[in-house]
Design a protein around this ligand. Sequence first.
Ligand code: ADP
Length: 420
Amino acid sequence: MTEVQLQEFKLEPDSELRFEVESKNEKVVLEVKSGYAELFGTELVKGKPYEFHTGAKVAVFTWHGCTVELRGRTEVSYVAKETPMVIYLNVHAALEQQRVAAEQENTRGPVTMIVGPGDVGKSTLTRLLLNYAVRMGRRPIYVDLDVGQGHISVPGTIGALLVERPASIEEGFSQQAPLVYHFGHKSPEENIELYNTIVSRLAEVIAERCENNRKASTSGVIINTCGWIKGAGYKVLTHAAQAFEVDVILVLDNERLYNELKRDMPKFVKVVYLPKSGGVAERSAAQRAEGRDARIREYFYGRRTPYYPHSFDVKYSDLKIYKVGAPSLPDSCMPLGMRAAEALTKLVGVAPAPALQHRLLAVSFAHEPDDHVPHCNLAGFVCVTAVDPERQVMTILSPQPRPLPNTVLLLSELQYMDNH
Ligand code: ADP
């Protein structure tokens, strides 16, 4: 059901307005008329219009009460009095105490990992806790291990950012100088060996950076994870917990996972159970795919602030394309001295061909295709928009003008149809 075009809501203290924008090419404008409100931990400026587009699922929360206006078609819009915000604020307060202690004792601030099944609000809680930390003058590190959504770069990657200011309402956290590693698939399941390798690598690099940045180190790290929590997915989570030497694990809405972690984590790791918000909306597979696509489009074209990517031809002979992970064979079939698992992080050459059309290519900082490439972070991404086998050239969409840097390109399973 579609609702009216202009709506005004009076929010009592400690309540939130939830709305969704669903129809295609729809835009909803939000404005705070009076009082104070925040969106996933970022303060809204009174009288300033904020735009939300198709697919947005939003909650405007107020601690003190406010009046909010919505212009445009919303699929759902209602005020909820029951929210877990006080509980989340208490978590923030506890982390803040640990940061104060870290400052006084010259130790490391809390490393927190957020886990739970899909669609329970993990990414939203990550954003909230980072925003609250940075609003207190902290400089926390945001780590995203969710290869399915790719909040820091594009899907199929993991990454980290130093958060220096609250997330923008419309564009999220500023993407300046992120640290990004290539995975190339939508789920860790596709190559667990590679996933664990890059998670360990990211943890190592962050630990090194913290040694040189006292402020970041005392502010701590907040890690968002994938919703894959059963079987091998659980092992992947415990591996990440170990790699990052986490102090706190926040488990959203899954008692079984909470009990498993309580049982398996060392005693110094605090495992905390948290309820999910009733507002978190479940997404269908199609909506997830749309989300991934939107994320990639945003990478090349920007959102509120438009980017102007470049398109140019590159000769086949100038491209060094590889994929990570040889097909897995039993140990007995491997070259002498090599384990089957090792093959999963090896580079395999990929010949330019029409099949690569629409695929993303990660631009590595590595110059040579050696064993260290998976440990190298990425400069960015390009997309193959056309392939001409006769002229032996590929057309590339790139955030940077030509030429492509003379580095290794890593093939991703992710595709993007550029019909901009
Ligand atoms: P997860 O990371 O666990 O998959 P997300 O944090 O991405 O879950 O949340 C799923 C969706 O629900 C997102 O689109 C988010 O904007 C929305 N959402 C989260 N919290 C609320 C809320 N309180 N009210 C309305 N929508 C919400």
